[in-house]
Design a binder for this molecule. Structure first.
Ligand code: BEZ
Ligand code: FE
Length: 283
């Protein structure tokens, strides 16, 4: 440890021990970064300017710092250390910036109401909400959100009605849920800010593989925020938000009848297994 770092650390001594721990570790890692990379003063100021610009882009509707955290895999890393659990749980995955309150819908309802419904592949998504041991969780609430076929959420797009491609579904007595939608498409994260500039500078594309977002809540269980991804998507191995986990990849099946559909459609089955809050997590 350098004398300078020792001096800085010795002066971190506030009333909150956890905050002291976080600040000491952060300062230690940043000093190690400086030792390792030896930035010039100009490079250091360019980094600070980048952060200032990032802050200026933030509004109540857009947080460019969260996007940077997503794009550097940090949001996923924080998710991993906080939401680990038994092997048979459904893995969690990042929430992303586009969750907003969804309307409650009846089982089987369509969640697509715009022109994307004519353009997209009709799709039925169904599954069960279960405890990790396989017990159904009736009354669980499944909150879903999805971008349209041009990659925009209703909250980003004035041409979509509020609540389009969103829905709150309540699991039935067997823990089952189902709804109708269009097949999700891959889409780019917003690239018109510092996040996009960073991606470009480091030679990364901005694409996210096609996905549906889930937030599932059930009494007595840890709530689960996760994604459903589609097998075969070209961006599964290079998600701009590093949110893909093998257990979340589903295989759509082509169908011609059933599930109250007229004409060909795709069927996707996705069960969600939640961790009980009663201390059984480790079993
Ligand atoms: C999303 O899927 O909505 C998302 C997640 C992380 C960063 C940007 C978008
Ligand atoms: Fe998304």
């Amino acid at each position: 440890m350098t004398p300078l770092l020792r001096q800085v650390l010795s002066q971190v001594d506030g009333p909150d021990p956890r905050l002291n721990e976080l600040v000491r570790a952060l300062v230690t890692h940043l000093h190690a970064f400086v030792e390792e990379t030896r930035p010039t003063p100009e490079e250091w100021l360019a980094g600070l300017d980048f952060l200032i610009e990032t802050g200026k882009m933030c509004t109540p509707d857009r947080n460019e710092f969260i996007l940077l955290s997503d794009m550097l895999g940090l949001t996923s890393a924080v998710d991993d250390v906080n939401n680990a659990g038994p092997e048979n749980m459904t893995p969690s995955s990042v929430e992303g910036p586009f969750h907003s309150p969804a309307p409650a819908r009846e089982p089987g309802a369509w969640i697509s109401f715009g022109p994307e419904r004519e353009r997209g592949v009709p799709t039925v998504v169904h599954g069960r909400v279960l405890d990790c041991d396989g017990t159904p969780l009736p009354g669980a609430v499944v909150d879903l959100w999805q971008a349209n076929d041009t990659g925009l959420y209703d909250t980003q797009d004035d041409t979509q009605d509020s609540g389009n491609l969103r829905g709150l579904f309540t699991a039935d007595a067997d823990g089952r849920y189902w709804f109708r939608t269009i097949r999700p498409s891959s889409y780019p994260v917003p690239t018109d800010g510092t996040g996009g500039r960073l991606l470009h500078a480091i030679g990364r594309h901005p694409m996210r593989p096609a996905h549906l977002h889930y937030r599932v809540t059930a009494a007595g269980h840890r709530s689960l925020t996760t994604h459903l991804f589609l097998a075969g998507d070209p961006y599964l191995d290079s998600d701009a938000a590093y949110a893909v986990k093998d257990e979340l990849i589903c295989h759509p099946r082509e169908r011609t009848e059933g599930w109250e559909m007229d004409g060909p459609y795709e069927e996707i089955e996705f069960d969600l297994k939640l961790v009980p809050l009663d201390g059984k997590e480790g079993q």
